[in-house]
Design a protein around this ligand. Structure first.
Ligand SMILES: C[S@@+](CC[C@H](N)C(=O)[O-])C[C@H]1O[C@@H](n2cnc3c(N)ncnc32)[C@H](O)[C@@H]1O
Length: 256
């Protein structure tokens, strides 16, 4: 089961992603680095968090990977030539040379098949290499998802959306630790952290971040009405009940 990546409105994401930047900075602040590591930023988006990661790696090298061409273009504009770039589906990732660290923020919940994802990430790490990540976890945006489901069930929208299966994988720490062990990781440690957010521009934020895959299924003229109806269906002011899943693990030696 893999839904595959989609295109994003990278310019708007860059403008509205202050919450993602602040969560990314928190993950970075607990990351111990020598400064010379080879690192993949898995799902780099427009590169705002990648930019901070690079500052911690004066003698290292960063490969910025994302499934959206528009995001990689935006990241390239921000970060310039010192970084390697790749448009790729992380659930199918293959690298020529395994790296010391895979870092990822606000991305893994967009990938439905975590077993496949973690197997590919393990293969992209050298034995002993680390995975340090954060994504949406169990309970993430539960109230927002309820509002979305209510609006999506209205006949004018259901005609376009009824075939859609889940758009997010908000996994629990326990199932994620088990999946990591199965994929060849050791020292797997996962935990949840509530992080409610009141977006400054709710329509822009939800249209770009949370509603993206649904809006992509709707005819152009229904997209804005759908997003407005979701806001109408939500408590005001909109507070998104974000819950982040933190992930830390080490690649086991092959064959162990
Ligand atoms: C919310 S953005 C996070 C970007 C950045 N890490 C940040 O924290 O601002 C999620 C990113 O994950 C990427 N993504 C989602 N599914 C993916 C997949 N299967 N393979 C590669 N990238 C994917 C999207 O294209 C998007 O850029």
């Amino acid at each position: 089961m893999n839904s595959g990546p989609r295109e994003w409105d990278a310019k708007t994401y860059d403008a509205v992603s202050d919450p993602q930047l602040s969560w990314g900075m928190e993950v970075l602040s607990r990351l111990e680095l020598n400064g010379d590591e080879s690192v993949i930023d898995a799902g780099c988006g427009s590169g705002r968090v990648t930019e901070e990661l690079i500052k911690r790696l004066p003698d290292g090298h960063v490969t910025a990977i994302d499934g959206s061409e528009a995001m990689i273009d935006e990241a390239r504009k921000r970060l310039g030539d010192g970084v390697s770039y790749e448009v790729a589906d992380l659930a199918e990732l293959e690298v020529e040379k395994p790296v010391d660290l895979i870092f990822s923020t606000a991305t893994f919940h967009w990938i439905l098949d975590h077993d496949r994802l973690f197997t590919h990430l393990r293969a992209a790490l050298r034995p002993g290499g680390r995975l340090v990540a954060q994504c949406g976890g169990e309970g993430n945006v539960a109230e927002h998802a309820r509002a979305i489901a209510t609006v999506a069930a209205r006949p004018e929208f259901a005609a376009h959306l009824s075939g859609m299966t889940g758009i997010w994988n908000f996994a629990s720490p326990e199932e994620t630790e088990a999946r990591l062990r199965n994929a060849g990781f050791t020292e797997a440690r996962c935990w949840l952290e509530p992080k409610p957010v009141q977006p400054e521009h709710p329509l822009e934020f939800t249209s770009t971040v949370t509603l993206g895959p649904l809006l992509a299924q709707l005819p152009e003229q229904q997209r804005r009405p759908f997003a407005e109806a979701v806001l109408e269906e939500s408590e005001k002011p909109l507070v998104l009940d974000y819950v982040r899943l933190n992930i830390e693990a080490r690649a086991a030696a092959l064959g162990s």
